[in-house]
Write a protein that binds this ligand. Structure first.
Ligand code: ADP
Ligand code: MG
Length: 399
């Protein structure tokens, strides 16, 4: 789960991390009120969307010359004008895709006199099984370019969870940022605070870009992106409360209500599978046969009729879907019960695209009989290879 920049800063501030003062705003009036509480004379109005690259982003509704999603403002009047221009409009950045994201929230924050911009992020590194802290002196809006052209300017420090954060990790971070004296000490403290927050809050990723050195010699977090391990959210009701559902894909949101693991993809064959491993194999074999999956969907172990119906509806809500492949292994669930669910769901949603079903497992013969006698144009398949070939052929025949 992702949260907004301002929420991330509020969380980090609780761990002692230095952030500029600021206020979230849902309206122009709230933006003005927020600015009035800040010392000024420089304010920054920042679009709050779950995507980075806002500074260099463009608003769809405004001209190419209009400013992006991070706007320096030299007076309360400028804050007002910027807030008016940003709220309700669609910001397109390198991370949003062409559709962009509507800006419904702003953050009005203190303008900071920047001496230098640095980069610092943390993530769970699956290869080492440790938390990796990644730092660079080349922070700011072009970090992707730095990683691509001058990877030697990026340093990775890994922290063994059993050992925990040690002073030498802090020194390595400060050294990687090329800091000396007081700033070096501040970086060591900051690294420890960030690691503590990361572990405490069960984060997946924390990215601070930029971390800045101010003209008066302090380190401040100027931008943050935080995401959390969804499987651990039950331990953090305060974090879960920060969820902004308007930022999430509507189909993925609907799926989460039925406890379905759904991720939309770009192909045209909808997949309904039980078990993540089988779902991955199904996607692979569709590709092997020359087509692309429209989604990953794991209906889980207890696939009830309600769940299967919801899954069909979610798959069909994607206009790219030209056919559906159901690939279910009846282990705990029996194949006849699953077949009943598929037939009822297909009737319920008035299925109009080709449907190939491969069932395997307990009571598979009864299951196949139910499908055959359903009166629906369900194409039965004997194994995974057969199923993939059939759905690819069906979809190509329609196209
Ligand atoms: P994004 O990464 O989405 O483009 P940032 O928050 O990193 O958004 O802002 C982009 C740039 O704007 C920063 O690299 C920094 O130079 C400037 N900036 C952001 N916040 C402030 C601030 N509070 N004071 C001064 N400059 C800022
Ligand atoms: Mg940034």
């Amino acid at each position: 789960m992702n949260i907004h920049e301002y929420q991330g800063k509020e969380l980090l501030a609780k761990y002692g991390v230095g952030v500029p003062a600021g206020f979230a705003a849902l309206s122009v009036e709230e933006a003005i009120e927020g600015a009035k509480k800040l010392p000024g004379p420089l304010y920054v109005v920042k679009a709050q969307i779950h995507a980075g690259g806002r500074g260099k982003g463009k608003f769809k509704e405004l001209g190419q010359d209009a400013k992006g999603g991070v706007r320096l403002s030299k007076s309360i009047e400028e804050v007002e004008a910027n807030a008016k221009e940003m709220l309700g409009n669609t910001l397109v950045t390198i991370q949003t895709g062409d559709a962009g994201k509507q800006v419904n929230r702003l953050y009005v924050t203190d303008g900071v006199d920047i001496e230098q911009e640095y980069y610092l992020s943390m993530l769970v590194d699956r290869k080492t099984g440790r938390v990796a802290m990644i730092v660079s002196t080349e922070g700011g809006m072009d970090i992707e370019e730095v990683a691509h052209s001058t990877p030697e300017k990026i340093h990775t420090i890994t922290i063994d969870p059993a050992e925990g954060f040690q002073p030498h990790h802090g020194r390595a971070v400060a050294f990687g940022l090329n800091l000396t004296g007081e700033l070096n000490k501040q970086a060591q403290t900051l690294a420890k605070q960030l690691y503590t927050a990361f572990i405490d809050l069960d984060c997946d990723m924390v990215e601070i870009n930029p971390l800045v050195e101010t003209k008066d010699g302090n380190l401040l977090v100027l931008d943050t992106k935080m995401s959390f391990d969804s499987n651990a959210l039950y331990r953090h009701p305060d974090v879960l409360a920060l969820r902004d559902e308007t930022e999430e894909d509507p189909a993925e949101l609907e799926a989460s209500k039925y406890d379905l693991a759904y991720i939309k993809l770009d192909g045209d064959i909808g997949c309904m599978v039980n078990g993540a491993g089988l779902a991955m194999a199904t996607m692979d074999i569709i590709k092997l046969n020359g087509s692309f999956p429209a989604n990953f969907l794991d209906v889980g172990g207890g696939a009830s009729k309600e769940k299967v119906t919801a899954a069909f509806k979610i798959i069909l809500s994607d206009p790219n879907v030209k056919g559906i492949l159901v690939n279910i292994f009846g282990g705990i669930m029996k194949c006849d019960i699953i077949a009943d669910g598929i037939v009822a769901a297909a009737k319920d949603v008035n299925l109009s695209v080709p449907l190939v079903v491969r069932l395997e497992g307990t009571n598979v013969e009864q299951g196949k009989e139910i499908l055959a006698n359903s009166g629906l144009a369900i194409v039965p398949a004997n194994d995974l290879g057969d199923a993939a070939r059939k759905i690819v052929a069906e979809v190509k025949a329609v196209a």
